[in-house]
Design a protein around this ligand. Structure first.
Ligand code: COI
Length: 358
């Protein structure tokens, strides 16, 4: 289907940033996408407007009860100047899964992807092409009806903003760096029956306390344990977690407390294609710690859209600090990063049909 969106372009475009000092999520492009929902018209009035503050009633549901969701994906520029998105249909599906959990309206998947493509098309000059960079795409939906009773909003706003980004974690050369993880055994991220599998801001706000604790303990990220027994490893920070022990690679199964990461899904497919033994099953902290102490924990890495692959070189648990592998970026992490980022930027052949041209 062909979707038409109204475009109002800015008269005052901003200067493009230095691609070497982008960082993550600090700079925003000239335009944003807006679309309204109400119960009579459904999703309507999709439009591209100059980037700027949103005006909203202070009684809007989102400010009080947090009825909202967000997504993350990236656009890349190939060496030939083509613009590629990576598996945007998966973000559309996950948006609808989140919306279902949050009593928010479904959105047609083709419409969702068309909105993203339309905005990226207008902002194609903002896509950086230095190694390690991309244009981060942040779609989000907020309940914006002015109403203080606790029930689902009758009005929603869909917004997409864009941010040219470099590495999520500081790196002097745009390459990978090995981070450290603090095993969190007090606070939890997600409970069975909760919102752990959904992409909602509350999951992230509730995680800040543990992130502060990890930082205070000299680690960049949190390793989350399951909420019931505090026994099994679940996620790392805002990403899915993979562990390589005795040449087998293990990640937590999607049982409702884990975010169904698009990078997680892609990594599983690549590893299986390459012939690795990959298991989606529970791994206890005790088994992980024993493997680390015995030198059998070869690699740990986190996967996510923002960081792509984030290798872990050190683990802190109950006051003990253990090195993982050589404490450096492991070969599987590096190969996954090179392959995924290569496919995303058109440098490696996309045999899986994952990229979509804008
Ligand atoms: C992503 O990887 O896109 C995320 O959602 C992480 C984000 C919270 C920075």
């Amino acid at each position: 289907m062909n979707y038409e969106f109204k475009k109002t372009l800015t008269d005052t475009p901003k200067e493009k940033p230095d691609p070497k000092s982008l960082g993550f999520g600090k700079i925003f492009t000239d335009h944003m996408f807006l679309m309204d929902y109400d119960t009579e018209k459904g999703w309507h009035d999709g439009r591209i407007v100059p980037y700027g503050p949103l005006q909203m009633d202070p009684a809007a549901v989102v400010f009080h009860y947090g009825q909202e969701m967000f997504e993350g994906l990236k656009a890349y520029k190939t060496a030939e100047g083509k613009v590629l998105l990576f598996r945007p249909d998966m973000n559309a599906k996950r948006t609808n899964a989140t919306n279902d959990r949050m009593c928010m309206p479904q959105m047609d998947e083709d419409l969702y992807v068309a909105c993203i493509k339309a905005l990226v098309d207008v902002e194609r000059d903002w896509i950086p092409d230095q190694p390690g960079t991309a244009l981060y795409i942040r779609p989000f939906i907020i309940g914006d009806e002015a109403f203080l009773g606790v029930r689902p909003s009758n009005h929603y706003l869909f917004v997409i903003i864009l941010s040219p980004v470099g590495s999520y974690y500081e790196s002097s050369n745009g390459g990978l760096v090995a981070n450290s993880i603090f095993v969190e055994d007090e606070y939890v991220r997600s409970v069975p029956g909760g919102t752990g599998y959904a992409k909602v801001g509350g999951n992230y706000a509730g995680a800040l306390k543990a992130q502060e604790k990890a930082h205070a303990n000299g680690c960049e990220q949190v390793l989350w344990l399951d909420a019931i027994e505090k026994k099994y490893v679940e996620e790392i920070g805002t990403s899915n977690a993979f562990f390589m022990i005795d040449n087998e690679i293990i990640t937590a199964p999607l049982t409702g407390t884990i975010l169904p990461g698009i990078t997680r899904n892609s990594v599983l497919q690549l590893l299986r294609n390459w012939g690795y033994t990959v298991k989606e099953e529970r791994l206890s902290m005790e088994d992980l710690f024993t493997a680390a102490k015995e030198g059998r924990l070869q690699e740990v890495f986190a996967t996510g859209t923002a960081a792509v692959i984030s290798p872990i070189g050190r683990l802190v648990y109950k006051g003990q600090s253990l090195e993982i592998g050589e404490g450096e970026v492991g070969p599987v992490s590096q190969k996954l990063y090179d392959t995924l980022y290569g496919i995303q930027t058109g440098a490696v052949k996309d045999e899986m049909g994952w990229t979509v041209t804008v």
